[in-house]
Design a protein around this ligand. Structure first.
Ligand code: SF4
Length: 248
């Protein structure tokens, strides 16, 4: 027992000070992109053609973060002259259109949050996670929010087992045709008013399965999505920031 207490005193508090204090991520993390709009159009077109997600629009010079898997190919190809990924992990948006970025100012999520959601769920938000054919990356990086480092429950946010105990659903995966009925049944089982969160490029656009006839791809075509959390998978801090900015 004394050993445990000694160990605890030596280790101190391991919970992240975010959001009270900023947090630095590892060097190779790819977050919000900086886009050079005055880059050579030939180079932009080359990047657009190489992008496996067709996320780059060479005419409007934009990147669709709902499709992008942050593979870094465009940054590597252009050697940072067209795109350079920053370590800014605050990527969540309240509208699908806001995920298409030209590298300019990003829509402020907090100001787009629905005020009645903040009132209803600001102090307590219970979510049911639905993996609609996810590969388990998004699920694993969501699960990690329950570890002592992130300690999601200190904000009054928890994942629950039953949709009947939930205030909303958190959907990951490209929504295979086989999962469609289960997803809709889970949504129906959540009492109103309820929230819908699309997490990861798969649930936003199909991700790497984009264009497959075996997936729905875009959760927004099935249900009214309130919050989009891009990434492949979204970093736990991206999810944490989005939940806090939107509901708190
Ligand atoms: S980082 Fe995104 S935009 Fe760039 S090539 Fe990869 S998927 Fe396409």
């Amino acid at each position: 027992m004394l050993k445990i207490i000694k160990n605890k005193l030596e280790q101190g508090c391991r919970t992240s000070p975010y959001p009270k204090q900023p947090i630095a991520l590892y060097e190779r993390y790819r977050g919000r992109p900086e886009i050079s709009r005055d880059c050579d159009p030939v180079l932009i077109r080359q990047c657009a053609e190489a992008c496996p997600q067709e996320a780059i629009d060479p005419v409007k010079v934009t990147i669709d973060l709902g499709r992008c898997t942050f593979c870094g190919l465009c940054e590597m190809l252009s050697q940072g002259r067209f795109v350079r990924f920053t370590q800014n992990f605050e990527l969540g948006t309240a509208s699908r259109a806001d995920l298409v970025t030209d590298g300019g100012a990003y829509a402020d999520l907090a100001s787009h949050a629905k005020q009645h959601f903040k009132k209803l769920f600001g102090r307590s938000l219970q979510l049911r996670q639905v993996s609609a054919a996810g590969c388990n990356s998004c699920e694993a990086d969501t699960n990690v929010l329950n570890t002592p480092f992130f300690d999601l429950s200190r904000f009054g946010i928890d994942f629950v087992a039953s949709p009947r105990h939930a205030d909303g659903i958190h959907v990951t995966g490209p929504i295979s045709l086989n999962m469609k009925a289960a997803l809709l049944s889970t949504y129906e089982a959540v009492p109103s008013p309820k929230v819908v969160i699309a997490s990861g490029s798969c649930s936003i656009s199909g991700g790497p399965f984009y264009g497959s006839e075996q997936v729905i791809g875009d959760l927004g075509t099935l249900l009214p999505v309130d919050l989009y959390i891009p990434g492949c998978p979204p970093h736990p801090l991206t999810t944490l920031h989005a939940l806090l900015a939107f509901f708190k």
